[in-house]
Design a binder for this molecule. Structure first.
Ligand SMILES: Cc1cc2nc3c(=O)[nH]c(=O)nc-3n(C[C@H](O)[C@H](O)[C@H](O)COP(=O)(O)OP(=O)(O)OC[C@H]3O[C@@H](n4cnc5c(N)ncnc54)[C@H](O)[C@@H]3O)c2cc1C
Length: 391
């Protein structure tokens, strides 16, 4: 792969909206991605392997639980810092960002928000340091966009719960040490349980043959009469709102992360357009290529402003789920469109692993589907503005 010459675009001086801390956190993540992710990511993706060697580095840049308080091992940062870290990691690769998102928003967040003090002390510091990795099991073979229909269930057996069912498409599953599992009790109410690797009857087969997020491990979670200790149930929230609260946090991170992927594609295409000579001139001097590049920077700038404003609202505790849906949907579509256009600017070179664009483009096909599909987020906006659910 070519050396990482990334230069971040900032067409509207958005840096002026950031604090010194935001910029420091972002720049540290940016440098780390250049140093540790860019040199190895193409090979990891080609080999369909999550590069476990970067787990320690992810912890060091604060990517595991950026907004979890320091007393539990988190970085104690605000939401904009969290977003900026996700942006920089996804600039490197959406699969690596997925691992960080799952660990932070789908594993640490529910333990922090819905767990007991004992659960927080037991798991959060180890998750923050990367000593253990978690995964989040909501999606099932027959229930994707409609998780309320889930069939995974647990029964009260006096001194333990007995868990049965299966989850699929679970990021980090093949090597996760713990799984946050959403399952129904005997009354049909959804609860979150912390299931640990090694519990009898719990297995995590890997999903192979993915063309997308190849540097992220995906798998199933299978529960065959798993005895889960009662103290592993997170007691402080139940119902579908509990997993949806986690998804709000993860989707917010994706709204920022997608900007990173788009920036990388734009920056690569811009540089290439100035260097590639056809018909005796750089292709960047041609109107058709300028149209593509000009539209890309316009869309990136709009997405940056949307993400920043959403970060302010989240810091103030005012961002709604529907606002988060809008940003996730808009920014991922923006990124996937930019990846497709950028790929064309590179001509044949665009399909090779010499450049990051094709990898981003393929990754974004998962990002536009997971954490709520593109359609579902549109329906959420539709419901929010009309008051009528059209699911
Ligand atoms: C690489 C990857 C990693 C993932 N990681 C995780 C994870 O860590 N944890 C986890 O729990 N899940 C994870 N997922 C699952 C992901 O969230 C689901 O794939 C997603 O929610 C969609 O579910 P589905 O694939 O079953 O599609 P379906 O729900 O079957 O949807 C199929 C199509 O129908 C459309 N559709 C559905 N309902 C409606 C409707 N009412 N109106 C109109 N159109 C509709 C959808 O938009 C979509 O286009 C991951 C998925 C992928 C691909």
């Amino acid at each position: 792969m070519k050396p990482d010459l990334f230069k971040a675009p900032d067409y509207y001086n958005i840096d002026e909206l950031l604090t010194d801390e935001h910029k420091m956190v972002r720049d540290a993540a940016r440098e780390w991605v250049k140093r540790e992710v860019s040199p190895i990511i193409e090979e990891a993706a080609q080999n369909a392997e999550f590069p476990k060697s970067i787990i320690g580095g992810l912890a060091e840049i604060g990517a595991f639980g950026p907004y979890i308080p320091e007393e539990y091992g988190g970085a104690g940062l605000d939401q904009i810092s969290y977003g900026l870290i996700m942006q920089e990691i996804e600039r490197g690769d959406s699969g690596v960002r997925s691992t960080a998102s799952v660990q932070s928003s789908l594993v640490m967040y529910p333990i922090f928000k819905y767990g007991t003090e004992e659960q927080k002390k037991k798991y959060l510091p180890k998750l923050a340091s990367g000593e253990i990795i978690g995964c989040f099991g909501l999606t099932e073979p027959d229930y994707g966009s409609n998780p309320a229909g889930m069939v995974t269930n647990f029964k009260d057996k006096g001194d333990h719960y007995l868990l049965n069912g299966a989850k699929m498409w679970i990021s980090n599953a093949p090597f996760a040490d713990i799984a946050i599992v959403w399952a129904k009790n005997e009354e049909g109410r959804i609860h979150g349980l912390i299931v640990e690797r090694g519990m009898e009857g719990f297995s995590t087969p890997e999903t192979h043959n993915k063309w997308s997020l190849r540097a992220s491990a995906t798998g199933e979670l299978i529960f065959d009469n798993v005895k889960v200790p009662k103290e592993n149930l997170m007691p402080n929230k139940s119902g579908l709102g509990a997993p949806l609260g986690c998804l709000d946090s993860a989707r917010f991170g994706i709204a920022w992360g997608a900007i990173g992927a788009a920036m990388d594609c734009y920056d690569t295409a811009l540089r290439y357009s100035k260097e590639r000579i056809q018909f005796d001139k750089p292709i960047g001097g041609k109107q058709l290529q300028q149209k593509k590049l000009a539209e890309m920077i316009t869309e990136i700038t709009k997405a940056q402003l949307m993400a920043w404003r959403l970060g302010v609202l989240r810091n103030e505790g005012k961002a709604t789920s529907a606002q988060i849906s809008m940003a996730k949907r808009n920014n991922v579509e923006m990124a996937i469109n930019i990846a497709r256009e950028a790929r064309q600017i590179l001509g044949g070179m665009g399909i090779t692993g010499e450049y990051s664009i094709m990898r981003h483009m393929m990754n974004l096909e998962s990002v536009i589907t997971y954490e709520g599909t593109h359609d579902i987020h549109l329906l959420i906006t539709g419901m929010d503005i009309t008051g009528m659910p059209a699911f």
